[in-house]
Write a protein that binds this ligand. Structure first.
Ligand code: CP
Length: 334
């Protein structure tokens, strides 16, 4: 049985297959490939794109989707092994995952970081608990560690704009925010771009490092694909000549133990990292701009960058549909 909760489930070869299939089906839709199939979607967190794009994939491919919002008409779910369930979580994933598997042909789960820090995020306990207890294929709709559907949609956008991603210079830059955000999106952009052979430059202020295991995995993919990954605290250095600029707020690296006021002050001290047209002018002339959305305008990214013709944020959101159709077909096949 196939699951896709990490880019590791695909590796560089699988990434190529998903991207090629998604591109082919974007040109010519495959018809009702999910006829009589049911996708169960379990959301622990809100969504606009993920929810609608998965539902659209199922409905436009002859299937159906059921959406469950945990804690809102659905029991709050416990993931901790051996938990004494005497608080508000009324059902354990140990029962919920196999029960939902009796009704649906495949399951999707969205469960963000619970804010306990990098090591807790690396454990990714909610999605991994589902992975352990489902009896049908599972797809991540974003977990604490990764957002693989987003990373694959980003890579498809790069392919569409530049033909090939082999040695394509792309910058993943940290961007400011009003609060510390999870690292799933930057992790997935880094891992997928490295698996697609890009020359990835990661720029962030000191203290916002990505997890060493994520960096090691990206390094292995780059080695396998002829790409490269470099890190810098100098945003301008990274942007120089980049063909794509991906901005995202995340971190800091060890937010557990930080007082909220300290983190807010730290984030505010780097407000100059917000991408503007001036920073985009350092990139290549044909550089495109990417962001996963949602984005806080004029905090994380300036209006002038988001409204510029080089922005591909909406195209990339559309590509969620195309890669997810390909992903669901992949997890259903054996
Ligand atoms: N990019 C993304 O996953 O968007 P949503 O949070 O709206 O689903």
């Amino acid at each position: 049985m196939r699951h896709l909760t990490r880019i590791q489930d695909l590796g560089p070869e699988g990434v190529e297959k998903i991207l090629a299939q998604a591109a082919a089906w974007k040109r010519q839709a495959p018809g009702p490939i999910f006829q009589n199939r049911l996708l169960g979607m379990v959301f622990f967190n809100p969504s606009l794109r993920t929810r609608t794009s998965f539902e659209a994939v199922m409905l436009r491919s002859g299937g159906h989707a059921i959406v469950l919002d945990v804690g809102n008409g659905v029991w709050k779910l416990e993931d901790r092994v051996g938990a004494v369930m005497n608080a508000d979580r009324a059902e354990h994933i140990k029962e919920a995952a196999p029960v939902l598997s009796r009704f649906a042909d495949m399951l999707g789960v969205r469960a963000f970081s619970q804010g306990g820090g990098d090591e807790e995020d690396e454990q990714d306990s909610v999605i991994n608990s589902f992975r352990k207890h489902v009896t049908v294929p599972l797809v991540s709709m974003e977990s604490a560690r990764e957002h693989p559907c987003q990373g694959l949609a980003d890579a498809l956008t790069l392919r569409e704009n530049f033909g090939s991603t082999k040695k394509l210079p792309v910058t993943l830059t940290w961007a400011p925010h009003i609060k510390p955000l999870p690292k799933a999106v930057p992790n997935s952009f880094l891992l997928t771009a490295a698996a697609a052979g890009c020359e990835v430059r990661v720029a962030h202020p000191p203290g916002f490092e990505l997890h060493p295991k994520v960096r090691a995995e990206a390094e292995a993919y780059a080695k396998a694909t002829g790409g490269s990954v470099t890190y810098t605290h100098d945003q301008e250095e990274a942007l120089e000549g980049s063909r794509a600029v991906y901005a995202k707020a995340w971190g800091p690296a060890t937010r557990a133990g930080h007082a909220p006021g300290d983190v807010a002050a730290l984030l505010a001290s780097y407000s100059g990292w917000m991408p503007t047209r001036r920073s985009m002018s350092l990139a290549a002339k044909d550089a495109i701009f990417l962001h996963c959305l949602p984005v806080r305008r004029n905090v994380e990214v300036s209006d002038e960058v988001l409204d510029h013709p080089s922005s591909r944020v909406v195209d990339t959101a559309e590509n969620r549909f195309h890669v997810q159709r390909s992903i669901l077909q992949w997890i259903l096949s054996t």
